[in-house]
Design a protein around this ligand. Structure first.
Ligand SMILES: [Zn+2]
Length: 175
């Protein structure tokens, strides 16, 4: 859906900027964005919702998943997120989902072998057919992916889920 973003929807989203509680903590900011997406999800194309992994992203308990230091500033977010109206509905949901992923994704502090300046992030990849879940490391700059045991990515078709600290420990990661 390359639908233009109508002023009505943009104005509704922009009201979040003045939410009194929405920028107190990263958990509050997560809830602010995730609740808005949940209320408006029917307005977005199902295929982009799936490709951005929105459903598992807004379905988690933020107290268990939101990271302590996602590398963004809430003060800046209150301006950045609501400046420059995106041209299309898709660009709006991409902006929101990118930020939600930042809020819940744990950095491995292992550099990406391709872009070097960026670190790999932990995620769970669930095979669409077998439902087997494996821990992966992904670079959100270039899309490089490897399994956490160091084996190369095999191109299987997966759904992506966030992973929290407790789950990482269960996968044998030493934090
Ligand atoms: Zn990279």
């Amino acid at each position: 859906m390359r639908q233009p973003l109508k002023m009505k929807l943009w104005n509704d989203f922009k009201k979040l900027q003045y939410d009194e509680n929405g920028f107190r903590s990263f958990v509050d900011y997560y809830l602010l964005l995730a609740n808005w997406v949940r209320c408006n999800i029917r307005l977005f194309d199902a295929s982009i919702i799936e490709s951005l992994g929105i459903t598992p992203l807004i379905d988690i308990d933020p107290s268990e998943y939101v990271v302590e230091n996602p590398g963004i500033s809430l003060e800046m977010e209150q301006i950045r997120m609501f400046s420059d109206r995106p041209k299309t509905v898709n660009l709006l949901i991409m902006r929101i989902s990118e930020t939600l992923w930042y809020l819940v994704t744990i950095n491995s502090n292992k550099g990406c072998p391709i872009c070097v300046h960026d670190d790999l992030k932990y995620l769970i990849a669930e095979n669409k057919l077998s439902k087997e879940r494996r821990l992966i490391l992904e670079c959100d700059s270039c899309g490089y992916v490897e399994f956490s045991d160091g084996t190369s990515w095999n191109g299987e078709i997966v759904d992506i889920f966030p992973v929290n600290k407790n789950e990482l420990v269960e996968y044998g990661v030493k934090l």
